[in-house]
Design a protein around this ligand. Sequence first.
Ligand SMILES: Nc1ncnc2c1ncn2[C@@H]1O[C@H](COP(=O)(O)OP(=O)(O)OP(=O)(O)O)[C@@H](O)[C@H]1O
Length: 486
Amino acid sequence: MTDLFEREQRSQEGSSVGTDEINDVGSSWRKVIRTLEQDDRVTPRQRGFMVLTQAQGLIGTTMLIAVPNELTREVLQTQLKGSLDEALREVFHEEVQCAFVIDPELTPVEEEIEHEAPEAAAPEPKGEAKPSPTPPSNSHEFGRLNPKYIFDTFVIGSSNRFAHAAAVAVAEAPAKAYNPLFIYGDSGLGKTHLLHAIGHYARHLYTGIRVRYVNSEEFTNDFINSIRDDEGSSFKQTYRNVDILLIDDIQFLSGKDRTMEEFFHTFNALHNHSKQVVITSDLPPKQLIGFEERMRSRFEWGLLTDIQPPELETRIAILRKKAISDSLSAPDDVLEYIASKIATNIRELEGALIRVTAFASLNRQQVDVNLAEIVLKDLISDDGAREITSTVIMAQTADYFQISLEELCSKSRTRTLVTARQIAMYLCRELTDMSLPKIGLELGGRDHTTVIHADRKIRELMAERRAIFNQVTELTNRIKHKQREG
Ligand SMILES: Nc1ncnc2c1ncn2[C@@H]1O[C@H](COP(=O)(O)OP(=O)(O)OP(=O)(O)O)[C@@H](O)[C@H]1O
């Protein structure tokens, strides 16, 4: 590889890669790393190797990456080859390969990545290999399934047994069992989890099957962009050249007449060609407001199934599974305590477990019921309180960090602003029913992947940094008090 690097450099005599170009390529490389991170396509250990690297330049369609040692090169070339190729394709919209060159003097790029908002408008590389400023969701060809949302991690109870069985049946026999499958239920009860699980399982069973997952807000954005860019046919291709279309939170199409019309045609095209459609919603078709009757009746062609809030035993089982999968240690009576206090939203249930175990780990304390009571005191004492809104969360966050709302939503990436923004996103995710795209939109028009990243980041940091834990806890208390005051 060193040879290649030197040969290419020599062949470019007098036109060796310039500083600007290196910067541009560097941004693209960081985007590649972020893409892998956000999609959980790298383990923390592999990420550790990735951040030791640095982009040197782009020669033709080969990106030269400097690595500090042989081991890093080995990991990138063997373990991460497939994921890297995929992420490079997503960022550059064409095939780009990596060539690695060893440079023992390298300075890690970790800090830069840490402080950049994931969707930060990186300078665009020059020339043809140019990533689009906001990659449309279709650039992540079939790739946006959360690896954690699989059937194995889904706990079955009487509240979701039917939905689960239908989801499995659809994955095993797409377009044959029930088409469409329509799953509805309140926020945080596992609809998205089931959608992703269908995608994973179908891919596992049928090699090469084309599965596309999309939130209805992304569908709307893609449609609007396709009109703006006069790319209607590519939009159609994106959504019609699939074997399974998984569309999440269909209720957000309400009131968007043109998008709804387009979805109607997409649905018909897929259904007519015996392609599977799975839809989730917070309401059953009959109660969907702003949808034409012809659309609602189509939603009922296949199978309708709801998900109810889980009963206590299921909630405990979910917490137990979560504790194992995230290596969180909490005794049974603590899991039972948390499960008995939070009954209606599994996202909140998981959030509570994370807070309790994070607090214990920071203070080197045993996780016990006493401690859980203290940590969750404010989180769970909101019976009868009004709904928490993003407006309150954002205003309180800005106030807490002594910044303006404009700064909170700005593109600035100073450490304080990034932390405040990520905490606000985390709290919107945990304390409201807002969808990921909606949270991203409210906090400065960011992509939903940024929100996923922020949510994960804050969860992790709460267990590692006392300051972050305290900030999240104090802010939650302020928000809850504000909400109670009215
Ligand atoms: N039965 C279950 N077993 C294990 N985990 C679950 C189960 N149901 C939900 N979860 C977890 O709860 C969290 C919220 O679930 P999910 O995002 O699928 O809810 P949702 O119904 O799609 O919510 P929204 O309508 O707000 O999008 C996820 O982390 C998911 O893995």
